[in-house]
Write a protein that binds this ligand. Structure first.
Ligand SMILES: [Zn+2]
Ligand SMILES: [Zn+2]
Length: 249
């Protein structure tokens, strides 16, 4: 499998002043793509990377916030070739599909092969993809899940740190992607910091980790330097995601 980061923006300024790109990340295997969190710009960035939209078989949404979901409808429409084919599925929190703040256009639901709701502990399958909603995060009262993809890739989406993460996320996986928005912990903001990422990496011991979803504070600290620091402290190879970066799993 390969993971391609369309964008790395996290905080409000970095995302909505387009200091870094957004768009989530793509996982690929055998010509099939799983797109996680198609945030703003994903539709354009996919094209730039030479990806055929019709090869996107599955879209997974960790939560409905705009920086994760802005291009959801466009990516689904593009995957179906403008409604011509029924060839894409969606796994998302129920609130993102049916809630008051839903982000999926209702008329697109019938274009989906399969629509499934993420729930803590539930495993979902489509084609060669297996997605487990490992844990429901604490994230500003929005239904948000951390994911395990094909038993190898952990995605620690936006969250306030909690001890439960160390029990529920599996240990020793190939890759752990961590939305490390802040350098320093901010008690009232439910986003992860470098300090939290260090605990997660040290305790869960993935083979490699990637930090992404940066705020201005993180960019000022230089993500490459932060990743180096984390590698030294944990003894585990940590990479700083870049817009467009690809990682082999
Ligand atoms: Zn969020
Ligand atoms: Zn976010």
């Amino acid at each position: 499998m390969k993971v391609r980061f369309l964008g790395t923006a996290g905080g409000r300024l970095v995302t909505f002043r387009l200091i870094k790109r957004s768009g989530g990340f793509l996982v690929s295997q055998n010509g099939s793509y799983l797109h996680v969190d198609p945030g703003p710009g994903a539709f354009v960035y996919l094209k730039e990377l030479g990806i055929d939209y019709r090869d996107i078989d599955l879209v997974v949404l960790s939560h409905l916030h705009l920086d994760h979901s802005a291009d959801l409808n466009t990516v689904i429409e593009a995957a179906t070739d403008g409604g011509k084919f029924k060839n894409v599925s969606l796994f998302a929190p129920k609130t993102a599909i049916e809630g008051e703040d839903r982000v999926l256009l209702p008329y697109l639901r019938k274009r989906l092969v399969k629509e499934e709701f993420l729930e803590e502990g539930k495993e979902l399958f489509y084609k060669d993809w297996k997605v487990k909603a490992v844990i429901k995060h604490r994230h500003h009262k929005t239904e948000t899940y951390g994911l395990l993809i094909n038993d190898e890739i952990i995605y620690v989406s936006c969250a306030g740190f909690e001890e439960r993460m160390l029990e529920l996320y599996p240990k020793g996986k190939s890759l752990m992607i961590i939305n490390t928005t802040f350098y320093k912990r901010r008690p009232n903001v439910e986003h992860l910091s470098v300090e939290d990422a260090e605990i997660l990496i040290r305790e869960l011991k993935p083979k490699r980790a990637v930090i992404t979803h940066y705020s201005m504070e993180m960019l000022e600290k230089n993500p490459d330097e932060v990743a180096k620091e984390l590698s030294e402290k944990t003894g585990i190879k940590v990479l700083a995601a870049k817009d467009g970066m690809e990682v082999e799993v």
